[in-house]
Design a protein around this ligand. Sequence first.
Ligand SMILES: Nc1ncnc2c1ncn2[C@@H]1O[C@H](COP(=O)(O)OP(=O)(O)OP(=O)(O)O)[C@@H](O)[C@H]1O
Length: 263
Amino acid sequence: MNNSPITSSVPILEVSQLHVSYGTFQAVKGISFSVSSGEIFGLLGPNGAGKTSTLSAIEGLIKPQSGQITVAGFSVLEKPLYAKANMGVQLQSTSFQAELTITEIIRLYSGIYGHPLTTAEVNAKLEEINLADHSKKKFGELSGGQQQRVSLVISTIHDPQLVLLDEPTTGLDPQSRRQLWDRIDTIKAKGHAVLLTTHSMEEAEAVCDRIAIVDHGQLIAIDTPEALIAQHRNDPDVISVSRRGKITLEDVFIGLTGRAVRS
Ligand SMILES: Nc1ncnc2c1ncn2[C@@H]1O[C@H](COP(=O)(O)OP(=O)(O)OP(=O)(O)O)[C@@H](O)[C@H]1O
């Protein structure tokens, strides 16, 4: 799925020397990377590495201590409305009103995003995510995976150039996960960019064109999954954690970040 070439190298997202602190605790310590048009970029890291903090700074939810972030050329700090108009964020299911039907929710958010949808367009969106039969169900009555599908469709209503997905497939069954990967590929095919976080190395290998591994708030590796495996396949730390003789991305990840479970 990640074999197609990156068609263009126009940077949609640029993060430069990002520092995020909570009080005196430094969660992100000078992270820099860019994501290009038509690229699916994965941010990987152990629990507490600083992935969500990085995403939150890009989304403008937290103010970085220092650093620059631009989305489609607009500074998130100086032109937040322009930057936000060019990004789609998959909201957590708890962000939605459980008592509204999914039709009402999609209609509501399409208005909020400034792209009001007609009834036919809302129905088409529900068809797309195989929930047309549930159009009158309340959001709170959907399963976790169904709620996640609604959330993704809402995040892309305004056809943003950058889509941010924080662990988008957690809790999804294999069918729903494949469907979400297909939807991510569709976003890529339009020349848009996707930044996602995941703890699934299988997902990173299957979906991402490039990945960055973050640990203790710092970026410790960045490349294509294939190149990372090739670069580290002979590292003793990587070989020592490999389980079946074949070096995987997970072996490289654990080799680079260590076996210790994070607090
Ligand atoms: N609001 C906050 N106040 C204080 N510390 C915070 C806050 N949010 C995050 N942190 C801390 O910052 C660090 C980075 O957290 P962050 O949520 O960015 O990690 P993550 O890589 O997304 O982890 P996970 O994989 O567990 O979701 C952690 O040590 C966390 O405890």
